[in-house]
Write a protein that binds this ligand. Structure first.
Ligand code: UDP
Length: 186
């Protein structure tokens, strides 16, 4: 577990279970600004799920044994199911165009009432255009697959303008749903 705090790096020593830290040299402090920004973004999320075994292990080291891994890809799928059952508008942003299209096709086969109102691959040049198109689509669930921390930043910048929309950063999920990439084992 690595913490970056002001001008110091902190971590938990897995053997002694003690916190250790060291002061960043002046020329490495530039990293702090961007890490602090990402931290602020993550803190602003309404829900942060423990995706990944590293989080589960980190919590164990800190003495919290009841945290179980929830894979983000499964969480996102369950939300698609819920929104589809109610015919609610969904948007997908991210991944290469062919991957995105294949993922949408496969999701349509899985959820017959899936209502995709907007999709855009993740290699756009003008973010403002994408943001405006997304707002106009009035999607109520937006899945963003731009990788981290790009997707978190994208969501952070737009979510207040779409207050009734649920945004989820889904990493490489479109690659998996398109069958282009095999899912990492759980
Ligand atoms: N991606 C994208 N635009 C970018 C960079 C990445 O759409 O500018 C997509 C990439 O094609 C992949 C997804 O983001 O589908 C997740 O990428 P990666 O696995 O690198 O991210 P991670 O899940 O590890 O954060």
């Amino acid at each position: 577990v690595v913490h970056i705090d002001n001008e110091r790096i902190m971590w938990v020593n897995t053997e002694t279970k003690d916190f250790e830290s060291y002061e960043l040299p002046q020329d490495e402090r530039w990293a702090y600004a961007s890490v602090a920004y990402v931290k602020e973004i993550i803190k602003s999320a309404q829900l942060v799920i423990p995706d990944g075994i590293g989080v589960e292990l980190g919590f164990k080291i800190l003495g919290k044994y009841n945290v179980r891994r929830i894979a983000g890809i499964d969480f996102a799928k369950s939300m698609i199911k819920k929104y589809s059952e109610n015919g609610l508008p969904i948007a997908l942003i991210g991944a290469k165009r062919e991957v995105l299209n294949l993922a949408c096709d496969n999701l349509k086969k899985e959820f017959e009432n899936l209502n995709i109102v907007y999709k855009c691959d993740g290699f756009f040049e003008n973010e403002e255009i994408v943001e405006n198109e997304l707002k106009n689509s009035a999607a109520q669930l937006v899945l963003v697959a731009l990788g981290s921390p790009k997707q978190e930043e994208f969501i952070y910048k737009i979510k207040n303008e779409m207050p009734n929309t649920l945004f989820i950063g889904v990493g490489g999920s479109f690659d998996v749903w398109s069958n282009c990439v095999k899912r990492a084992h759980s």
